[in-house]
Design a protein around this ligand. Structure first.
Ligand SMILES: Cc1ncc(COP(=O)(O)O)c(C=O)c1O
Length: 373
């Protein structure tokens, strides 16, 4: 029989974790289906790729299972080289990881000590602030200007607080808005010495190549910039957990001090490599998403709704009423969408872009839900 007191883990864990709640993904999709008696539920809430990866990418993943007993030594190097070639940087500037999320954590561990100042816009993806706070960082939030990131105010906050890190997301989640090239160049010039910009480009491959910022070049030029990218979005591999950083080789070494050796499984590496080695795959997906996004936007705008011009695989829509009941009604109709309240924008909804027939259904159902509330 056990004796003695139960362990009080909160006294042993790092004090900076006190009061920080873990991410709660909420009710699972299967639970929601069972609860509401639905046969089908369309997931438009997490910005996954609803067009699906090509069969040969899935075949490459399946073939790799036979090599499961072996550590992914060669697969890791091959994937790194394939990504480097695809984006036009040396392999030493590519750091693979199990998802952009892993890199958000690793970057924070490299740069944030207890008391380090970190500047983060509001609203944006929630994980940057969560991991910075968990690392003991002091987080300064900078509100957007309207819905756009206020780069001047962000640089000013970095200066004011002697911040070591600034987090940006481009295109930003939840708005889908892209950072302008000239504004970006001015921002990097203005960043104080000793401060780095970490840019989460999880959705960058959906944006127009003629207007998006080429941060690979900033990295090659030795600017204080680190990019984080994901295979969950344009390549449709969210379930395999794969991403990479583009950074100076010195930062790559630091990240590799923090990240585990062989941190990505060989199935994800094989699928990722097959995806980047497929000529034009990202371009085709960008075109598919842009076409379907335009259909959704046009149908909602025709009904008088305000749609934010997105360069990502989701669309933010101003509905001007409490988004909770609207999302509940859509869920009962088999469409899972993200309410604005949960991403810091009450009165909005965010919908993942899916093939055109789904977009037409989503527009119809959203308009019906708005008429009914
Ligand atoms: C801005 C942003 N960054 C990162 C992620 C997660 O990326 P990954 O699946 O590669 O961890 C998401 C997922 O929705 C996201 O919206």
């Amino acid at each position: 029989m056990a004796t003695g007191r139960r362990t009080d883990w909160s006294r042993i864990a790092r004090p900076s974790l006190a009061g920080i709640e873990p991410y709660d993904p909420g009710e699972t999709r299967d639970e929601a289906k069972d609860r509401l008696g639905l046969t089908d539920l369309v997931p438009l809430n997490w910005n996954e790729d609803l067009f699906g990866p090509p069969q040969h990418v899935l075949d490459a993943a399946a073939a790799e299972i036979a090599r499961a007993p072996l550590y992914p030594e060669r697969a890791y190097a091959d994937f790194r080289a394939a990504v480097a070639e695809w984006i036009g940087v040396p392999a030493a500037s590519v750091v693979p990881a199990h998802g952009a999320q892993a890199l958000i954590g690793a970057v924070t561990q490299v740069f944030v000590d207890p008391g380090t100042h970190v500047v983060i816009p509001q609203p944006t993806y929630g994980l940057y602030a969560q991991v910075a706070a968990a690392g003991g960082g002091v987080v300064h939030r900078v509100p957007t200007n309207g819905l756009a990131l206020d780069l001047e105010a962000i640089a000013a906050a970095a200066e004011e607080h002697s911040a070591r890190l600034v987090w940006l997301c481009d295109p930003n989640n939840p708005t889908g808005l892209l950072i302008d090239r000239a504004e970006w160049a001015a921002f990097v010039d203005r960043l104080p010495d000793g401060c780095a910009a970490i840019v989460d480009e999880a959705y960058i491959d959906f944006s127009d190549p003629d207007v998006r910022v080429r941060r690979e070049q900033d990295v090659l030029d030795g600017r204080p910039v680190i990019c984080i990218r994901s295979f969950s979005k344009v390549f449709g591999l969210a379930g395999l957990r794969l991403g990479y950083a583009v950074c100076d080789p010195e930062v790559a070494s630091l990240l590799n001090v923090i990240q585990e050796p062989f941190n990505v499984n060989r199935i994800a590496l094989a699928a990722g490599r097959a995806a980047v080695e497929t000529p034009g795959l990202a371009d085709r997906r960008r075109a598919d998403v842009a076409a379907a996004r335009a259909v959704l936007a046009a149908e909602l705008e025709a009904a008088g709704l305000e749609v934010v011009p997105s360069q990502a695989n989701f669309l933010l829509v101003r509905i001007g009423v409490d988004d909770g009941p609207v999302c509940d009604r859509l869920l009962r109709r088999g469409l899972l969408v993200r309410g604005g309240e949960s991403v810091g924008l009450p009165g909005y909804v965010r919908l993942t872009v899916a093939p055109v027939p789904v977009m037409r259904e989503a527009a119809r159902e959203l308009l019906a839900a708005l008429r009914a509330t």
